[in-house]
Design a protein around this ligand. Structure first.
Ligand SMILES: [Zn+2]
Length: 301
C-alpha cells in the first residue's frame, strides 16, 4: 500500500514520461525524513512518486496513481515524478542522489517503454514558475544543458540495464605437450607456453602431445638430423615426434590439425642465437642453418 493512497487519483494507463525534481530540502531531508513528513503534512501541498536520497529511495505513491508534483494538469496526470533529495546540502551527496535518480528513471523507462527525449524527460520549470530543479540547473549549466544531461545519463543507464550478460568464457582447450632436450631428457609437460629450454645450448630432440582430451587430430612431420624428413602421420597420444636417446636434433617440425572447426593449430620455435620464429601452421625450423631449435610453443587460434 502506498503512503499517499492514490489521493491524487488513478491514472488508468502507463505514464508517458517522467519529471525530475529537486526537493529543495536540506542535508537532513532524506528518505526517512520524507516518510514521516508525507504522513504528517497535507498532501495537497504536493508530493511525488519517488524520493531519492542518500539513505534510500522512498516510493510515496504507486506508479499507476497520479501525484501532485508539478502544478500542471498534464504533468500531474500523465507523468511519473522523481524528487532528487537533499538538494540544499552537500554537493557530492546531491550528485550521488541525482545519479541514483537517473538509474531509477532508466528502469521506469524500460518498464513503461518510454524513450528518453525532450518530450518524455521533463523539468518542473518547463511547466510552472519555479526554479525546480534548482540545484541540477545550477550545476549543469542552465535548463537546456540540464535536460540534455539528464537524457544522456538516463540513456546510459538504460543501456547498462538492458545489456545482455556476456557469454561465460569457453573453457580453454587443454593443449598439453612436452619436450625432450639434449642432456636433459623429457621435461615437464606444459599446457600452452614454452616447451624446451632457451639459452642453455640444448637442442630439442622430440616432442609429445597429450591427445587424450583433444577433439581434433594432428598429423606430424619432422626433419631429424642425419635422417631427413620423417612422416609420423596422425599421431597418437604420446607419439614421440623426433628421436630420443640418439643425440639427434630436430631440425624442423610441421603439425597439421584436422577437425578444428574454423580454428588453426600454430607452431613457433625458438632458434639458438636468433629467437622465436613467426607463428605458422606449416613446416618451421632450421634445416641447413646449423642452428639448434631450443624450444617449441603451440597455440590454437
Ligand atoms: Zn519540482
Amino acid at each position: 500500500m502506498s503512503i499517499c493512497n492514490g489521493v491524487a487519483g488513478s491514472r488508468g494507463r502507463n505514464p508517458i514520461g517522467i519529471f525530475i525534481h529537486n526537493d529543495a530540502g536540506s542535508q537532513n531531508a532524506n528518505a526517512a525524513f520524507y516518510r514521516n513528513w508525507l504522513q504528517t503534512h497535507p498532501l495537497e501541498n504536493g508530493f511525488a512518486h519517488y524520493y531519492v536520497a542518500q539513505d534510500s529511495i522512498l516510493q510515496a505513491e504507486d506508479d499507476s496513481n497520479c501525484a501532485w508534483h508539478c502544478g500542471n494538469l498534464d504533468g500531474n496526470l500523465n507523468y511519473l515524478s522523481v524528487e532528487v533529495c537533499q538538494s540544499m546540502g552537500d554537493l557530492g551527496v546531491f550528485k550521488h542522489n541525482e545519479e541514483k535518480a537517473f538509474q531509477l528513471v532508466a528502469s521506469k523507462c524500460i518498464q513503461y517503454g518510454i524513450t528518453p527525449n525532450e518530450n518524455t524527460i521533463r523539468l518542473h520549470q518547463e511547466v510552472y514558475a519555479t526554479s525546480c530543479p534548482h540545484r541540477s540547473v545550477e550545476i549543469h549549466g542552465g535548463r537546456g544543458a540540464t535536460k540534455a544531461y539528464f537524457i544522456e545519463r538516463i540513456k546510459a543507464h538504460i543501456k547498462q540495464q538492458t545489456a545482455k550478460p556476456s557469454e561465460p568464457p569457453k573453457p580453454k582447450t587443454p593443449l598439453w605437450y612436452q619436450a625432450h632436450v639434449s642432456g636433459k631428457g623429457w621435461m615437464d609437460a606444459v599446457n600452452g607456453g614454452i616447451a624446451g629450454t632457451v639459452g642453455q645450448n640444448r637442442a630439442l630432440e622430440a616432442i609429445k602431445i597429450d591427445m587424450r582430451k583433444l577433439n581434433f587430430k594432428i598429423k606430424a612431420r619432422a626433419h631429424i638430423q642425419n635422417s631427413g624428413l620423417k612422416d609420423f602421420g596422425y599421431i597418437k597420444h604420446d607419439t614421440v615426434i623426433g628421436t630420443t636417446g640418439k643425440g639427434l636434433q630436430m631440425e624442423a617440425i610441421e603439425l597439421i590439425a584436422d577437425g578444428l572447426n574454423g580454428k588453426k593449430l600454430q607452431t613457433r620455435v625458438h632458434i639458438q642465437d636468433i629467437g622465436w620464429t613467426r607463428w605458422t601452421s606449416g613446416m618451421i625450423g632450421t634445416v641447413g642453418m646449423n642452428k639448434k631449435i631450443e624450444a617449441i610453443e603451440l597455440r590454437l587460434v
